[in-house]
Every structure is written in C-alpha cells, then in structure tokens.
Ligand binder design. Structure first.
Ligand code: ZN
Length: 354
C-alpha cells in the first residue's frame, strides 16, 4: 500500500505541473500553506515540547541476579522430569517431559519470552528441541546472541537388557540437573529482559545421548553469519561427594575467551566452584558433548560438567551415567548443582548485557 500511494501523489504532482487534471487539490494546499504564515504575525510561536526520555531502569547487578537461583525450584523441576520414567525419545515418558518443559516456559510468555519447538528426525526417530527466546526490549541485533542449553533426553544403555521404549531411564544427574538449571535460568532472565542487549536462547536439546543430535540440528539450521557468539552447556552437575568441582570443556582457540570468562565469573561473584578444571575438547568423535556442533563451526562453546573423564583425586566416579540407576536419590551435591546454575547464568548475563 505504502509504495503505490507515493506513486499516485508523484503522478498528481506531475499532472499539476504539466496538465489540467486533478489539480483541484493543489491550489487548496497552496492556500493552506499560507494560512499559518498570516497567523504567525499575531500568535506566539508554539514551541514543540522536548520529549522526556523514558528512564532506563538501572540493571540489577549480576551478583544479585545470580543470587536469585532457587534450589527449591530446581528440585521441583527434577522431580517432575524424573517422574516420567524415561525421557528417551523412543519412550512414552518423553512426550510428558516435553509437555512439562513447555508448560514451564509458557508461564514466561507474559514477560515477552517466545517459546518454539524445533522438530527433527535422526536415526529414523522423531525428536524435538525446545527453545525459549528472550529478546532485548528494542529487538535482537543480527549477531552476538547467546545460547544457554542442556539436553533433556536420557538413556539407560549400560544397564544390561535395557529396552529404550519400555525400561526406565530417569537421568536425574544426566541431565536432569542441567535441564532444571536452564529452566531456572529462563525464569530469572525473563525478569531481567529489560537489561539485555543481546538475544538469549534457552535451548532444551533432544537426542544428545544419541550423539548430540539436537544441537547438530540447531546449529545445522543456522545461517551465516552466525547470529550467536557463545554457547554455555551445563551437563551432569549434581553428583560429587568430595568436591564442588566442575570441568570446563572448551573447543579450541575460538572458545578460549569464553573459557576464561567462566573462571573470572567464578571469582568475581564468589560462586565457589573449586576446583574449576579446564579440559580441551578437540575431537567430536570422542568429546560427545552438545557443545561439539557449536565448537566445530567456530562458535565459542563450553560444557560445564561434574567430570568428563576418568575418576581422580577430586572426582571418585559416579557410576550412574547412562544407567537406569541414575535416580534422583543419587543427587548428592545440590550445592554444586546450584553453583553450576549460578555460574552458567553469570556468564550468560554478562555476555547478554555487553
Ligand atoms: Zn548428558
């Protein structure tokens, strides 16, 4: 509509100048044009009121935002996620888990959060990523977005005789803890939306246990130049009887600054992860992490995990990962779980306010 009207006006003007057609309009405008002038002499000039800028609320300090992480809410999420028996995409519990996560995210819609489902098929199995998009009030810049995400799917493949479509795979630690942490971060970031400068996508990935199929689908659907400049991935962060330890798996030089920001944030906000162990991830066939597809295309990416490797002095080895015995009663370090959620939030928020 807009373009053809201009054309009509242009045409009218041309007619006025050259021909006799719809000229009636013109003189009137000419007459009108002069009218204000004559009034000008008498009336005092009307000064347009200077627009009062709407005050931008001072952002809540990151340390205060981080302190809002609620272990109670995360426990409630974990109970709901484990109650569905299994979140393997071949098991009926998977759809219940999707419904729960969607339900939690849709409660944030009134705060301006957009919720999307990204369906895809891998190995002939239908799967779905769930995305919650938190945009700055003025809209998202084309690049520089932040992705914070965790896989919600589970598996029990190491349990002898385990049948994917029938047997339980509660995945409390792997990765109910990460999923609950990202749900909690979504709740908090939705309320901090006004302070954001970058888009934040909270991703709930499917198919990680079948070799990171969900993030592969997400990254595979991205156009270049990539809209995202960081990915932070909490995965299995609730078990360790002896230390509040986290491994930071980082994907080579593009991810080095993000790796260092994790360490700085841990100190700056006194989050208290100790030790924080940097582990280089450089082989997507070995480092089977949701951060692999991001790292492989050069998007800075880190995975935060209670341990990704053999047991050692500060990690005795849980023995439940990818077993049907990864049950909620095995979560023995909720303090570590809370610290992992806080550290993920702190780094994400710093980057989203840049
Ligand atoms: Zn996992």
């Amino acid at each position: 509509m807009k373009r053809c009207l201009a054309l009509a006006v242009a045409l009218a003007v041309v007619a006025g100048c050259g021909g006799s057609g719809p000229t009636s309009a013109l003189p009137a405008r000419a007459a009108r044009a002069t009218a204000p002038a004559s009034n000008a002499a008498s009336a005092s000039p009307t000064v347009a009121p200077t627009p009062v800028p709407t005050p931008v609320p001072t952002p809540t300090p990151v340390a205060d935002v981080v302190s809002q992480v609620s272990l109670g809410r995360m426990w409630a999420d974990l109970q709901a996620l484990c109650a569905v028996q299994s979140r393997d995409p071949r098991h009926p519990g998977h759809a219940k888990a999707v419904a729960y996560i969607l339900g939690q995210l849709q409660e944030l819609a009134p705060l301006g959060v957009k919720v999307q489902v990204q369906p895809f098929t891998a190995e002939g199995i239908p799967m779905e990523n769930i995305l919650a998009i938190v945009d700055p009030p003025g809209g998202a810049p084309a690049t520089g977005g932040i992705v914070i995400g965790a896989h919600y799917d589970t598996i029990g493949k190491w349990t002898p005789g385990w049948r994917p479509a029938i047997d339980p795979a509660p995945g409390a630690d792997d990765n109910g803890t990460g999923t609950a942490a990202v749900l909690e971060i979504a709740r908090i970031l939705a309320r901090e939306r006004a302070s954001l400068k970058e888009r934040v996508v909270l991703g709930f990935w499917d198919g990680e246990e079948l070799y990171y199929k969900g993030t592969l689908a997400f990254v595979g659907a991205l156009q270049k130049p990539y809209a995202y400049s960081a990915f932070i991935n909490p995965d299995t962060v609730g078990w360790n009887p002896i230390a509040d330890r986290l491994d930071v798996l980082w994907w080579g030089s593009p991810s080095a600054a993000l790796r260092d920001r994790v360490a700085t944030a841990n100190d700056r906000y006194a989050i208290g992860v100790k030790p924080l162990v940097n582990v280089l991830a450089d082989d997507p066939r070995v480092d089977l992490l949701d951060s692999a597809p991001f790292g492989m295309v050069g998007i800075p990416a880190v995975t935060l995990a209670e341990r990704y490797g053999p047991p050692d002095a500060t990690y005795p080895g849980s023995g439940t990962m990818d077993y049907a015995t990864d049950t909620i009663d095995k979560i023995d370090n909720p303090r570590l779980w809370t610290k992992a959620a806080k550290l993920t939030l702190a780094v994400g928020l710093e980057l989203a306010r840049r």
